[in-house]
Design a protein around this ligand. Sequence first.
Ligand SMILES: C[S@@+](CC[C@H](N)C(=O)[O-])C[C@H]1O[C@@H](n2cnc3c(N)ncnc32)[C@H](O)[C@@H]1O
Length: 267
Amino acid sequence: MLKSDVRSFWDQGSAGEFWAVGSEAKLRFLTEEKSRYQFEPFIPAFADFAAAADRVVLEIGIGMGCDHQQWARARPRRLLGTDLSRRSIAYTRERFDLFNLNSNLILADCECLPLSSGCVDIVYSWGVMHHTPDTRQAVREAHRVLRPGGTAKVMIYHKWSLTGYMLWMRYGLMRWRPWLGLEYIYANFLESPGTKAYTVDEARQLFDQFSDVRIAIQVNYGDLLQSEVGRRHRGPLLSIAKKLWPRWLIRRLLKRHGLYLLITAVK
Ligand SMILES: C[S@@+](CC[C@H](N)C(=O)[O-])C[C@H]1O[C@@H](n2cnc3c(N)ncnc32)[C@H](O)[C@@H]1O
């Protein structure tokens, strides 16, 4: 998989655009923000935006800039945001202009950050590093730019997820290709080409440079078939599944089969 393919995928549409509805830009950003935290209420608790006060914060992979806006509101000493896609930088710039917020927005690859070592207190990255070809290098870069004692808060995808099983049924089993592994399914049918997902042990290995690493599994709106689940996934079968999906049962019995790995790692 080429990084240019990843960039071109995200240049065609940013994550969360399906929530951004409304007649004018400000309204679209507000609608997206409302829906994002309605469907992903665990983000603020995990990110702990308030911890940014008077700190240097770097967000890697800002997308439409919704979480970045929360970091900015918490009055960090310095805020930096990066993304590989021009579309993401443009969206976030527009959002920050509209809401009168400040950040240093940089079009940059997370495998090679244009920052000096040890200059950041908090690195935050939500749903980004599994998209880049060399995820290990992306984690290494996050570690490098953090100061000793600094914290990385990172969400990457979990291999054993309901989302993965559903995609396998749709693109493996129903196409008479049950031998396709989950790696292939995530790489070809979830989001940008080459997307990866990790077991808890694999994620722990990725973060083995850090001194203290905590990992939690989180069921998301895709696992629960709530809301839109991305621009690649629409159709009558999905509409029927959404009506029949046993969400209460999943929340009770399949909590360890969520798509998200929430990783808190201290350097
Ligand atoms: C699923 S979106 C997540 C965006 C945002 N964090 C959010 O939660 O809405 C993935 C983002 O990662 C960015 N991305 C992918 N590969 C990257 C790389 N190598 N360096 C920086 N950003 C990258 C994409 O451009 C895209 O904006």
